[in-house]
Each structure stands twice: as C-alpha cells, then as structure tokens.
Design a protein around this ligand. Structure first.
Ligand SMILES: NC(=O)c1ccc[n+]([C@@H]2O[C@H](COP(=O)([O-])OP(=O)(O)OC[C@H]3O[C@@H](n4cnc5c(N)ncnc54)[C@H](O)[C@@H]3O)[C@@H](O)[C@H]2O)c1
Length: 318
C-alpha cells in the first residue's frame, strides 16, 4: 500500500529534514508538509504544502479529510527555553495540539502516528548517568511536563483505541540546514555558526554542562526505523529513550579548535537555560530501543563537528 504522510510543524529544525527524507523514500506527492508559518523554499518547492494551525481542530479536520493520511508526524511544539517565557502557550500547544491529532488519527483510521518527546521529561531527581527508561520523573519545566503528560496520552490512546502511536525522547538535535527552535541545547549549534562568523562564542551553558545530544541524520534515521518496525516489536507506547553522544561545551569547543586553532570560547553567568540543563540527564540508557528496533547511532563528536563545519562553511553568508 502506498503511504500518504502528513507532517505537522514541517518548517522547523527537524521537520525540514524529515520532509526531504520522507519525500525521497515515498515520492514528493505522498508527503504533505504543513505548518502555521511560511515554509522554506526547499519545502514549498519540493512537494505539497498546506497552511494549518494544529490548535484549530476544524482546520486540522479539513486537512485529514482532504488527504486521508496513512501516517502523521506531529512536530509542532514550543521548546524548552521558549516554553519558560510563554508557559501557558507552551502547555496549550504541546498538549492540545497532540490531543487534536490523536483524536483525528482515531477518527480517520490513521495507521501510524509519530510524536516526539524529549529528555526534558526527566527532572532533578531522575538519575543523571545512563538515565533508565523507567525511573523517577519530576520535570520542572512546562516543556518537560507537557512532554511527560503527552507520553501518558500516547500510551492511553494506544491502550484504549488501539492507535499505533510511536515516540522517541529526542536528546538535543544538532544540525545545520534549519535554525534551532529555542531549546536548551541550541548552544551546540550556535557555537559552529559563531566560530565561522566571528571566531569566538559565548556559551550560555557552563563549561562542564554535560548533556545528551545527537546529530540530525541519526535522529531522522531513528525516527524512520521506529516507524518502519513491526508493531509487535514496539514494547513502549509512551516514548523510547534514545542516546547519541554526550558532551560538554568545553569538549565541543576543543573539537572546534582542532579545525580552527584560533577559536575562543567564554561562558555566560546566570543564563536561565543553565537551570534547565542542570535538571536534565547527562547520558541516556537506550537499551530498549537497541533491542526492539536495532538502534545504533553513527555520529560521534568528531563526525558531528566535521560535518557541521564543512556544511556551514559552504552555506553561511560570512
Ligand atoms: N530540536 C531538538 O533538539 C528537539 C529535542 C527534543 C524534542 N524535540 C521535539 O521535536 C519536535 C520538533 O522540534 P523542532 O526542533 O523541529 O521544533 P521547531 O521549533 O524548530 O519547529 C516547530 C514547528 O512547528 C510550527 N508550529 C508552531 N506552532 C504551530 C501551530 N499552532 N500549528 C502548526 N505548526 C506550528 C513552527 O512554525 C515550526 O515550524 C517538537 O515536538 C520538539 O519538542 C526537538
């Protein structure tokens, strides 16, 4: 059966790359990109695009009716740092957007739904090292507890309505094609831009803040592997832990210096994102993803730094 795939929140950091990859696999006409904002050139000119606000259920209903998707990816969200500035809006979008999509997926018999969660579901009392799939979870950001509640809703719709909904707790995603969307791990993207533009960078996180990260190609590959896995292999219907690489700003700066010896880094005091980072895990145990759908990351910190610098050198207007 040929797939009809609807991607909501397609213009963002992850959507931009997911749309392109899925259009390459399934054919451009089979992948409908949708967002509340104007799409980038690459999205608009490579296949169908629809404006839609995920909070407008009638609008969304029309989209499902028109396209009868077999798969839906919901990427529209407000991320961790922006969520702390707009807590009620973050709750509304992250929660009601998800509930609208889950309801419509049941109504229109959508075969599979993907919705990303985040390492932000963990909190200050979760184990910091090799954080397990199941442990104390006391997120203290609106973003984190909206994602944790979202995971509960996903598991509930699977149990109650048989909806085949699948999810990953993404770590910080590093990429160069589209700008990051206001998260706590964005420093690990800004550093490459500033290194190339000015040769120096002020990190908003402290030198030794270790966080779980992943290069975009690994994140896209993980997402598609999970969606392609046989339903009987999927043992987790809330959201899978997923690990790539863990590093600190200081370690990443050292990698930049290997390419650009003159690069310098400084560290800001008292940035509000530090408290968010301090409440998150430093590394993740993803053994269930490895077992259920053969997950293995490919990018280490060297490959990540090489790829970021090589591509940004060619695309940044310096
Ligand atoms: N990027 C990361 O590092 C990361 C890490 C963990 C989880 N995630 C999750 O992955 C998903 C995608 O993240 P991203 O980094 O691409 O985010 P992003 O902020 O870059 O993109 C989100 C997109 O949603 C759109 N949008 C906002 N409000 C909308 C609405 N009302 N209706 C329709 N579209 C709307 C925005 O225009 C934007 O294009 C989110 O759920 C996010 O929480 C991302």
């Amino acid at each position: 059966m040929s797939e009809k795939i609807l991607i909501i929140g397609a213009n963002g950091q992850i959507g931009t790359e997911l749309v392109t990859t899925l259009r390459g696999i399934h054919g451009a006409e089979q992948v409908i990109a949708s967002d509340i904002n104007n799409p980038a050139y690459a999205i608009r000119h490579s296949g169908p695009f629809e404006f839609a606000n995920v909070l407008d259920k009638d609008n969304l209903h029309h989209l499902f009716q028109k396209h009868q998707p077999t798969q839906v990816y919901l990427l529209a969200a407000i991320l961790s740092a922006t969520g702390e500035q707009k807590p009620k809006l973050a709750w509304d979008l992250n929660m009601n957007g998800l509930l609208h999509v889950l309801d419509l997926a049941v109504e229109f018999n959508v075969a599979k739904v993907f919705w990303p969660s985040s390492i932000a579901v963990f909190g200050p009392n979760s184990p910091k090292q090799n954080t397990p799939q199941y442990c104390v979870m006391d997120p203290n950001t609106v973003y984190g507890f909206s994602k944790l509640a979202g995971e509960r809703w996903c598991e509930y719709y699977h149990a109650k309505y048989g909806l085949d909904v699948r999810s990953i707790r993404y770590p910080g995603i590093i990429s160069w094609k589209a700008a990051p969307g206001g998260g706590t791990t964005d420093y690990a993207i800004h550093i490459f831009h500033e290194a190339l533009k000015t040769g120096t960078y002020e990190s908003f996180l402290s030198a030794n803040t270790m966080l779980p990260m992943m290069y975009m190609d690994d994140a896209i590959r993980a997402t598609i592997s999970l969606m392609d896995a046989p339903a009987e292999n999927i043992s987790i219907r809330s959201s899978y832990n997923l690990a790539g690489i863990s590093f600190t700003p200081e370690q990443l700066a050292e990698k930049v210096k290997e390419h650009m010896p003159e690069f310098t880094i400084t560290y800001a005091d008292n940035d509000p994102r530090q408290a968010i980072a301090d409440s998150w895990p430093q590394s993740i145990d993803d053994s269930t993803a490895q077992r259920d759908w053969n997950w293995q990351p490919e990018y280490d910190i060297n490959a990540l730094a090489d790829t970021m610098l090589k591509n940004l050198k060619n695309t940044l207007v310096l």
